[in-house]
Design a binder for this molecule. Structure first.
Ligand code: SF4
Length: 679
């Protein structure tokens, strides 16, 4: 039976064959978005639901000083509801937070944010996008009035130039990388901006090896060069944008000479990249965490937006602005309102019309004040007294791990709802065992806004239940105690029907029946609508209908290398693993990539007397981890690269918790470290 891959945002359609309660092989149908292609994760990594680490029964404990005890669902749900209500009485709505998961379905995210808003009265709702594309969301929303890829994946076949910035697409979105590389082999050109020699850099027409954290300067310099060379699209700028003059004035300092000095890229290459992008009609920008995970993440995403507007690339086929979303349903989690400042459909919490819409739908008065972001919630502990955490492992994924652990230790009440034990489970008071993607129904939305079905192939093991059921039952108890209305649904399709009713302009035309054959892209306002492929063809989703330029001023990284910490640490992912590793490290993929390897440039290795494969310590101002050195030209001199999937050697023990002032994303891509030999 067909379902959707639970790993990355490509949303590949998979057909796992199950025999004797086990997956024996995984096929892929010839339909969008992957047309039969799969990467190693989709082909060989779907067996994590059979891991011995599955959570099988609800567990509770009164305090962290006592061990968990197995509980019935009744007992665990009653206990959790009572504790949330206690926190609500003591601290008010601001004292609670709910974190839905981008790994769960749209229906489950919708219900979790509804529980927070309609029952607990709080907008302290957020999800892992805070750690990945919150910078893109901030820049795209304020400039265009929408935060998603503007163009569909099939536009790759119409694109003549790819501008790929800070995206190791080959390893993080392998099927998209394969499509882009095939298009390059057909004659398209590709400009890659990345400090590392990734698979994309290898396939590039032009590779700009920037110093980590300086791509913002480079993008601003490209814009200035395009203006000076008269390569910009004046007609587009005049007809479709605003804020141009103020932004243009902000570019004064971004000369090619300065760009060369700051980024380390020769000025001729920067000029060539600018010229290629500006003069190719069908040029699409693609980016990921290399852009966003900086203290200037929003500004860097903004610089890309400015560049695309300057050259008239938005609202056209084969072009556009295309942030590659990470988790399987991270696009959907944002669409469903798992953010502190917007309801489902990105309707602003602070706007009266949006509030009234959801008050009418849910039958309760709603709080007009936006909530805290995930990184702010953790800082607000113990003023935030209770957290309902679904399908996330912040101990592995948040920066400055020791600080986060101290915060979680002082949190009075934590619910962890997950399919597998993870590094955050030991901090919980209640553990709810959830069903995996193979054991439930629902929908995920992939990176290009395609809503696709998730189908139940197996029964959940033990007493595990789908996330929507758990949230619904918890909500039922809270609603009873608070005297508030709470609809009880027979299944996910009923929840989806409420989503369609809540945001008909985006989802009104998408029914489960339509999703039987293949996914449908939003916006899709009615059932005869095919789903919009290219956004903003006529007007932008802003009050004026025009896109807005915003200045994007450069500042250096928050923690530059020093005498004691002479290397820059950059963190990220590898092909065989996914995010905190909860899924991939409990699958067969673990055998292929079992331990942390830290990339070190051969010149640095020679200076330090390090051999390939030798154990080393990586040390920052915040802690130390042990890893194997991988001596490779992939990383430039002075930079070491560590994937963050390995709980026993957590790269996030080293990372800095400096935040972007707008998106509040941490600066995962630049921390100062030193390397030490292991005696
Ligand atoms: Fe799954 Fe992404 Fe690989 Fe497709 S590219 S099989 S969605 S991990």
């Amino acid at each position: 039976m067909r379902t959707t891959c639970p790993y990355c945002g490509v949303g590949c359609q998979v057909e796992p064959e199950v025999q004797g309660g086990r997956i024996i092989r995984v096929l892929a149908p010839d339909i969008p978005p992957n047309h039969g292609a799969l990467c190693v994760k989709g082909r060989f990594g779907l067996d994590f639901p059979f891991s011995k680490k599955r959570l099988l029964y609800p567990m509770v404990r009164e305090s962290r000083n006592v061990p968990f005890r197995r509980a019935t669902w009744e007992e665990a749900l009653d206990f959790a509801a009572e504790k949330l209500l206690e926190a609500l009485r003591r601290k008010g709505p601001e004292g609670l937070a709910v974190f839905p998961s981008a790994k769960t379905t749209n229906e489950e995210v919708y219900l979790a944010q509804k529980l927070a808003r309609a029952l607990l009265g709080t907008h302290n709702v957020d999800h892992c996008s805070r750690l990945c594309h919150s910078s893109s969301t901030a820049a795209l929303s304020r400039s265009l009035g929408g935060a998603s890829m503007t163009n569909p994946l099939e536009d790759i076949w119409k694109t003549d130039l790819f501008l790929v910035v800070g995206s190791n697409t080959t390893e993080t979105h392998p099927v998209i990388a394969a499509m882009i590389k095939k298009r390059v082999r057909q004659g398209a050109r590709m400009v890659v901006v990345d400090p590392r020699y990734t698979g994309m850099a290898e396939a590039a027409t032009l590779w700009l090896r920037v110093r980590p954290g300086t791509d913002l300067f480079l993008l601003n310099a490209m814009a200035r060069y395009i203006l000076e060379a008269g390569l910009w699209d004046r007609a587009y700028v005049e007809a479709r944008t605003e804020g141009f003059a103020e932004w243009q004035a902000s570019l004064e300092e971004y000369t090619l000479e300065r760009a060369e000095a700051i980024t380390g890229v020769e000025r001729e290459k920067i000029a060539l990249a600018a010229r290629l992008y500006a003069t190719t009609e069908r040029a699409g920008a693609y980016w990921a965490m290399g852009v966003t995970q900086h203290t200037k993440g929003t500004a860097t995403a903004q610089a890309l937006v400015n560049l695309a507007l300057l050259t008239g690339k938005v609202g056209k086929e084969g072009a556009g602005l295309n942030p590659l979303r990470g988790q399987n349903n991270v696009q959907g989690a944002g669409d469903m309102g798992a953010l502190p400042d917007v309801y489902p459909g990105y309707l602003k919490v602070a706007e009266e019309a949006a509030r009234k819409r959801f008050e009418a739908l849910w039958g309760v008065p709603l709080n007009p004040k936006p909530g805290l972001r995930m990184t702010e919630v953790f800082e607000a502990i113990p003023e935030v007294e209770a957290i309902y955490l679904i399908g996330e492992d912040p101990v592995t994924s948040e920066p400055h791990q020791d600080h986060l652990k101290a915060k979680l230790s002082s949190l009075p009440f934590l619910i962890v709802q997950d399919i597998l034990e993870n590094e955050t489970t030991p901090f919980a008071h209640v553990v709810f065992p959830a069903a995996s993607f193979l054991e439930k129904e629902g929908t995920f939305t992939n990176t290009d806004r395609r809503v696709q079905r998730v189908r139940r192939l197996l029964d959940p093991p033990g007493e595990a239940r789908p996330d929507w059921w758990i949230t619904q039952e918890l909500g039922r108890r809270l609603a009873q105690a608070l005297g508030r209305p709470w609809r009880v649904y027979p299944g996910p399709e009923g929840i989806w029907e409420e989503v369609r009713q809540a945001i008909p302009e985006l989802m009104g035309g998408i029914t489960y029946a339509r999703l039987e054959e293949e996914g449908v892209r939003w916006p899709c306002p009615h059932e005869d609508h095919p789903g919009e492929a290219v956004l903003f063809r006529e007007r932008f989703n802003t009050p004026s209908g025009r896109a807005r330029f915003f200045p994007a001023p450069y500042a250096p990284p928050a923690e530059p290398p020093s005498e004691d910490y002479p290397f820059t640490l950059s963190t990220g992912r590898v092909l065989f693993h996914w995010h905190g590793g909860t899924l991939s490290r409990n699958s067969r993929l673990q055998e292929a990539y079992p331990e942390l390897k830290v990339e070190v440039n051969p010149k640095d290795a020679a200076r330090l007397g390090l051999q390939d494969g030798e154990p080393i310590y990586v040390v920052s101002r915040r802690g130390r981890i042990r890893a194997k050195a991988w001596v490779t030209e992939r990383t430039p001199e002075g930079v070491v690269y560590a994937p963050f999937h390995f709980a026993e050697a957590p790269a996030n023990r080293l990372t800095l918790d400096a935040l972007d002032p707008i998106s509040r994303i941490p600066e995962y891509k630049v921390s100062a470290v030193r390397l030490e030999k292991v005696d």
